[in-house]
Design a protein around this ligand. Structure first.
Ligand code: NDP
Length: 247
């Protein structure tokens, strides 16, 4: 598989969970991958070393998406060591469960800062380079909860709904410049973010395909949206969720 040879990808939160699967898949398809991390530096470095062994160079890079200076220096470092970023995967996210009246402004802000402002910040940092290259692909990671709604998640769902809006707006604005912008909306996926207590036999019966997702299920969809089989797809939300939500 070398469909992404010549591409340089930044995966935010690429050190663990879905992000690690995306980093692994993009590298397997030939991309040079910058694995963005905040605290998981050792994890990210080990993954970069493993992926570099399989193919083109990958690197671990500190990239706190809530901090414009951190994002800027990450992009500078990637451009210096790997080349201009042609693929951005806005995967970083946090999930905090709170009843609505317990969501004070600091909790609200914390969740939106990572998923929504972080996606905006990273896109704003890489688009100039993509414009210079004359091409680029951005994939934002949303959530099935945008379609389903959920209690205890008002801040998270507001952030992920914003990510969908950002995806569509940028797809319109950047399409004419050969930059595609799409989103993947995972359903319940087997990572540390998933609330294990939610996964009861009754819950699994609500999923037509009868199981939760693996990080690799999501990574496959992201790779599709980054590659040549999706060159006429932009502004879309690809739901990867076993059928639990259908849009
Ligand atoms: P994880 O908690 O395993 O991964 C989240 C990643 O985001 C981690 O790498 C984390 O870094 C990183 N991160 C958190 N805050 C920041 C920040 N300020 N700057 C940069 N990176 C940050 O969860 P998942 O892999 O499950 O989540 C990946 C994405 O998928 C998220 O956007 C999530 O909302 C979405 N999603 C997940 C679902 C699921 O069921 N798992 C369902 C629907 C959507 P660190 O390790 O250093 O903390």
């Amino acid at each position: 598989m070398d469909g992404l040879a010549g591409e340089v990808a930044l995966v935010t939160g690429g050190n663990t969970g879905i992000g690690a699967a995306i980093s692994t898949r993009l590298a397997a398809e030939g991309a040079r991958v910058a694995i963005g991390h905040i605290e998981g530096a050792d994890e990210a470095a080990a993954l970069a070393e493993r992926l570099s062994g399989d193919g083109p160079g990958c690197l671990a890079i500190a990239c706190d998406v809530t901090d414009a200076a951190s994002v800027g220096s990450a992009i500078d470092g990637i451009e210096r060591d790997l080349g201009p970023v042609t693929i951005l995967v806005n995967n970083a996210g946090i999930l905090i469960r709170n009843e609505f009246l317990d969501i004070d402004e600091s909790r609200w802000d914390r969740v939106l800062q990572v998923s929504l402002y972080g996606s905006y910040r990273c896109a704003r940092a890489v688009v100039p380079g993509m414009l210079r290259e004359g091409r680029g692909t951005i994939v934002n990671v949303g959530s099935e909860l945008v379609d389903l709604g959920a209690t205890m998640h008002a801040h998270y769902i507001a952030a992920k709904s914003g990510v969908v809006g950002l995806t569509r707006a940028l797809a319109r604005e950047l399409g004419p410049r050969n930059i595609r912008v799409n989103a993947v909306a995972p359903g319940p996926t087997d990572t540390r973010m998933l609330d294990g207590e939610r996964i009861t036999p009754e819950f699994l019966e609500t999923i037509p395909l009868g199981r939760i997702g693996s990080p690799q299920d999501i990574a496959g969809a992201v790779a599709f949206l980054c590659g040549d089989d999706s060159t006429w797809i932009t502004g879309q939300v690809l739901r990867v969720n076993g059928g639990i939500a259908m849009g």
